[in-house]
Write a protein that binds this ligand. Structure first.
Ligand code: ZN
Ligand code: FE
Length: 256
């Protein structure tokens, strides 16, 4: 059995909130609680008691439920040290390379600035789970509101050594529009073409496309593939620095 049981809660337009539960200690975290009601409902349905909030970054659609959930349950709020002033109710600050224990499961924390300057990701190795907030999406990445392309390339590179089977629990269902864009920059990528057929079929039935895996992202996500020769040719930057290629792909996506 995996070290964590994970439940996915779709909220708002396209957000995913996650419950992560250690079956041995019964500790339970909610990752990026945008809202309160659906989180309490999911906890009740699972029979779990909230002990932690894990925040990846300060945006309201990731922290909106913090204070009310803490008041309701007395849970501990864990968030980015680099952004402690913007995380409502933060109790424990974590940053790059830190470990954080949720029951018997250990998370490694990565600083992944780019979308926001204080964004972090939680990697639970023993559960093959990466909670990456708005840094990496299925076939996409977060917009660069507070960071540079070089920062985001460096942030994404922190996932390079993680196992391919790692499940990518991102915070939004942006997959279909990301994939449509990805096809414009790497139309010859068979893995991408095939994945989009699957994604379109799933979305037509309202089925989540999240989580994906890091192996899938490496094969299909243009923001992880700035060194792809086909992609470089499509954007007119053959042999260019990968940060410049990334920046151009991000620029094109911003106006897609
Ligand atoms: Zn965000
Ligand atoms: Fe978000």
């Amino acid at each position: 059995m995996s070290e964590l049981e994970i439940k996915q809660i779709p909220v708002l337009n396209d957000n995913y909130v996650y419950l992560a539960h250690c079956p041995e200690t019964k500790q339970t975290a909610v990752v990026d609680p945008a809202v309160v009601g659906p989180v309490l409902d999911a906890l009740k349905e699972a029979g779990w008691t909230l002990t932690h909030i894990l925040n990846t970054h300060h945006h309201g659609d990731h922290t909106g439920g913090n204070l009310e959930l803490k008041a309701e349950t007395g849970c501990t709020i864990v968030g980015p040290r680099a952004d402690r002033d913007r995380i409502p109710g933060i109790d424990i600050e974590v940053g790059d390379g830190d470990s954080y224990q949720l029951g018997n499961a250990t998370a490694t924390v990565f600083d992944v600035p780019g979308h926001t300057r204080g964004h972090i990701a939680f990697w639970f190795k023993g559960a093959d789970a990466l909670f990456c907030g708005d840094t990496l999406f299925v076939m996409g990445c977060g917009r660069l509101f507070e960071g540079t392309p070089a920062q985001m390339v460096n942030s994404l590179s922190k996932f390079d050594d993680l196992p391919g089977e790692t499940r990518v629990y991102c915070a939004h269902e942006y997959t279909q529009s990301n994939g449509r864009f990805a096809l414009t920059v790497e139309p010859q990528n068979d893995a991408l073409v095939n994945l989009m057929k699957d994604v379109d079929a799933k979305r037509a039935k309202g089925i989540p496309t999240v989580p994906s895996t890091l192996a899938q992202e490496r094969a299909t996500n243009p923001f992880l593939r700035p060194s792809s020769a086909d992609l470089q040719a499509t954007v007119g930057l053959v042999g260019a620095d990968i940060v410049d290629v990334f920046a151009e792909v991000r620029r094109l996506k911003d106006s897609f």
